[in-house]
Write a protein that binds this ligand. Structure first.
Ligand SMILES: C[C@@H](O)[C@H](N)C(=O)O
Ligand SMILES: C[C@@H](O)[C@H](N)C(=O)O
Lengths: 165, 165
């Protein structure tokens, strides 16, 4: 299956929130996201990587306007779930390469990451699926990042109308 | 936008590979995935979370048959990219809730995580988008996980025909 690249989506309306040092046992993620859902906090991209010494971080992006509410929910929860802390970074942007068939084409993510590297853009988070490669970068880097990814995939600036992540 | 849940996809053909302790500076992810792409290693779900003390891990899933090749490429690369190590876990499964409009409905991920918690399934990795919530679990837990998620969303077993991640 050849990959079909259709455009680059970007979103600067979100912040990044990280819950540090959560115990890696069943029920912890459920507790965290149930509390957030009950308070109607819109959670977008969730990322958790493997644990080390039985602990791991969970990060997610959310509307910048929801960060105070999310912190007010999560900080009291830390004792209950035995987490180490909550970090909020409001100065981020999400940049996604949108397409299809990316799973069978290993060079797509490499090409995107190389374009960002050449533009000296640091990648803060990565999340992918077969139809999308998303990275979180510093908000100040969003234009550079979008232009660099456009250029390497030969996409015109108009390729992005209405792309959703 | 109401979320539309269409099914649960699962995949037990993949292993999980983690590169530990990578420096968080531009170019590192590009180098890692370019080497893998040049060797034609099919990389599926990539996850990177925020760094701590300037270092972070990158994990990805890949066909179980490619793990030896990937390790042979990455271990010599560790010196160059100043990484701390490579871990491979062949005993994993990917379980994805597939649908649409999930971003605007915070309860979906919470409901899925709660179903896994109640079934005593530990979540090893998380990656989400607006159309999909994917988790990596132990391979032995895949049937329990799929059944638990089916049950909580009221999906019949036949909802999964041909679902892709
Ligand atoms: C860290 C968190 O995901 C935990 N492993 C859980 O299953 O809830
Ligand atoms: C860790 C890795 O993603 C690094 N931040 C990079 O941009 O390549």
């Amino acid at each position: 299956e050849d990959a079909i690249i259709s455009g680059v989506a970007h979103d600067t309306s979100e912040a990044k929130l990280t819950i540090l040092g959560l115990p890696d046992r069943p029920g912890v993620a459920a507790r965290v996201f149930t509390e957030l859902a009950d308070a109607n906090v819109n959670v977008d991209m969730i990322v958790q990587n493997v644990s080390a010494d039985g602990r791991t971080d969970i990060s997610f992006t959310l509307p910048r306007g929801d960060t105070a509410k999310a912190q007010a929910i999560l900080e009291p929860l830390l004792d209950d779930v035995d987490g180490a802390g909550v970090l909020v970074d409001p100065d981020v942007a999400k940049v996604s390469l949108v397409g299809a068939g990316m799973k069978t084409n290993p060079g797509i993510a490499a090409k995107m990451f190389s374009a960002l590297s050449a533009a000296d853009v640091n990648i803060e988070m990565i999340s992918t699926s077969t139809i999308r490669v998303s990275v979180v970068v510093a908000k100040d880097d969003v234009e550079t990042a979008v232009q660099a990814v456009h250029a390497v995939f030969g996409l015109g600036d108009d390729a992005d109308e209405g792309r959703s992540h």
